[in-house]
Design a protein around this ligand. Structure first.
Ligand code: NAG
Ligand code: NAG
Ligand code: NAG
Ligand code: NAG
Length: 475
């Protein structure tokens, strides 16, 4: 090598150095997959009580602890952390295909599918895609407490209801409407009944509802008015489905609370009281034993929340869409990830849904590939490990207690969200293998999943059509 070649290679070396040292890194603390835990629902009977000066019925704040479905399964304790995690990923793919079916159908609720008419991998009832978080909610007078799935992707709330034409196994006794003094039927043809997508009429002139979740599961029954109870507060005259024919297992939950944007959803029905506002915080379960929670009400919004406008799919009103304009890795905008990849168009195609029931964020393929390549380049000093299922970028952190990893920032309209390292590098076993927790999708739209939302207070304000984020929101 002559001196000229030497100086050129030194120059190349120096410029490579400056590229790599100019990237921004942050610390990832290494945790392994936690040992499975099972919840004692007896202790969880009552919702968390928030002190309030208002009288019981008028409280404008409602707070409920959320429980991850992994802790509900009776078999969880006998499961390995890896098996539980794989089940979660299986549920996740069901969830994504369910959202995709709903988007494709534009919110039209098709008749229940006949058995065998469904190709998604509903291998066990446990692999349902309806949601990842549950809450204990009281129904009726006197109140009985039930574990209910909370779902930001659908509107109608319902509970399995006796007499059962067909009910799946649930962990609580079945709700018996005739034993509740506050239960009232809704007549078909009533304004409330007409808010349903596909109302129908029973032989006894009662309003019939039907919801199909697009993953093969459905609920059919009578629409009723009932009281919901949350510790010291309650919600009267709530339109609730009394499901006599239900299929799917919904993880052993007794029913579902719809948190979508449609007219019958919980936040819309209670809008006069809670201002169409709710927020939740999903705890990083790999690292914390604090409970996750959801709060309904105006005062639920912390001061340090930053907002991005909520976008609306003109064809399908239930989902929460946000505008995503780009992503940075290590402080540098990833070339090729532009807002055009995430645009929601007037036919309801494309866009970015923020969802609590999806775990791993899905990005349209060109965006994912660009993000992954940028991340791999920034993390090239880390020891790679074998891929796992939908993850194609995994690392071996065996023997380490912490590592430096490139930062990831999501650039939403008006808001840049710096993700904590544990929101994009997650443990997949008990030995130190971690994977980059994003995936590609060819469904045409992207989904911000709950792993990426961990630790943030995520605010949904339907009144002002904004979605907000506050870091360190779980305290
Ligand atoms: C659950 O908690 C209740 C109340 O503390 C207790 O009586 C019951 O034995 C517990 N059940 C289990 C299965 O641990
Ligand atoms: C439902 O529970 C009953 C009683 O525990 C059990 O015999 C039955 O096999 C269960 N059914 C399903 C589909 O899991
Ligand atoms: C929306 O996007 C879809 C798929 O890319 C396309 O087929 C459709 O024509 C677009 N509609 C409008 C109104 O731009
Ligand atoms: C990770 O690296 C260690 C050595 O540091 C090795 O023993 C182990 O087999 C590797 N694990 C994986 C999953 O690659």
């Amino acid at each position: 090598m002559d001196s000229k070649e030497k100086s050129i290679s030194l120059l190349i070396f120096l410029s490579l150095m400056s590229i790599s040292t100019s990237l921004q890194y942050q610390t990832l603390v290494i945790h392994f997959l936690p040992m499975p835990q099972s919840l004692n629902w007896t202790i969880q009977k009552e919702a968390r009580i928030i002190p309030t000066t208002e009288s019981e019925a008028e409280t404008t704040l409602l707070s409920v602890d959320l429980h991850h479905v992994d802790n509900l399964s009776p078999s969880a304790l006998s499961s390995t952390p890896e098996a539980l995690f794989n089940l979660r990923l299986e549920r996740d793919s069901v969830r994504v295909s369910m959202l995709s079916n709903m988007v494709a159908r534009g919110g039209r609720h098709a008749r229940p599918r006949k058995e065998g008419d469904f190709s998604s991998p509903v291998t066990s009832g446990f692999a349902q895609g309806s949601g990842e978080y549950l809450a204990r909610i009281g129904i009726g007078t006197p109140a009985r407490y039930f574990s209910m799935v909370l779902d930001t992707g659908s509107d109608v709330s319902w509970v399995q209801c006796a007499p059962c034409q067909k009910c799946y196994n649930q962990t609580d006794p079945i709700f018996i409407s005739s034993k509740s003094k506050s239960f009232a039927s809704v007549a078909c043809g009533s304004p409330l009944c007409r808010l349903l997508y596909s109302p129908s009429c029973s032989t006894r002139k009662k309003c019939q509802y039907e919801v199909n979740y697009g993953d093969g599961s459905f609920t059919i029954g009578e629409l009723a008015i009932e009281t919901l109870r949350f510790a010291r507060s309650h919600v009267n005259n709530f339109a609730l489905g009394c499901g006599h024919d239900n299929e799917g297992l919904f993880m052993g939950a007794s029913g579902l609370l719809g948190l979508g944007r449609g007219k019958l959803s919980f936040p819309i029905q209670t809008g006069h009281r809670f201002g169409g506002k709710f927020s939740y915080c999903l705890v990083d379960r790999f690292a914390s034993s604090n409970p996750s929670w959801i709060i309904f009400g105006t005062s639920s919004i912390s001061r340090n929340v930053v907002f991005t406008p909520m976008l609306t799919n003109p064809i399908l009103g239930s989902f929460y869409y946000v505008g995503l304009n780009g992503i940075s890795v290590g402080g540098v905008r990833v070339p090729g990830i532009t807002s055009s990849l995430f645009r929601l168009n007037r036919s309801g195609n494309g866009g970015v849904i923020i969802d609590s029931g999806t775990s791993v964020t899905r990005l349209v393929l060109p965006a994912y590939i660009a993000l992954r390549d940028a991340f791999r380049a920034g993390a090239s000093n880390l020891k790679s490990a074998q891929n796992l299922l939908l993850f194609d970028t995994c690392y071996n952190f065996t023997g380490k207690s912490e590592v430096m990893v490139p930062t990831v920032v999501l650039h939403f309209t008006n808001v840049d969200i710096l993700l904590p390292a544990s929101n994009y590098l997650i443990p997949v076993d008990s030995k130190g293998r971690f994977c980059f927790a994003f995936a590609g999708t060819s469904d045409g739209f992207s989904i911000i999943g709950n792993i990426q939302q961990q630790g943030f207070e995520v605010v949904f304000d339907l009144e002002t059509s904004r979605v907000g984020f506050a870091p360190h929101g779980c305290a």
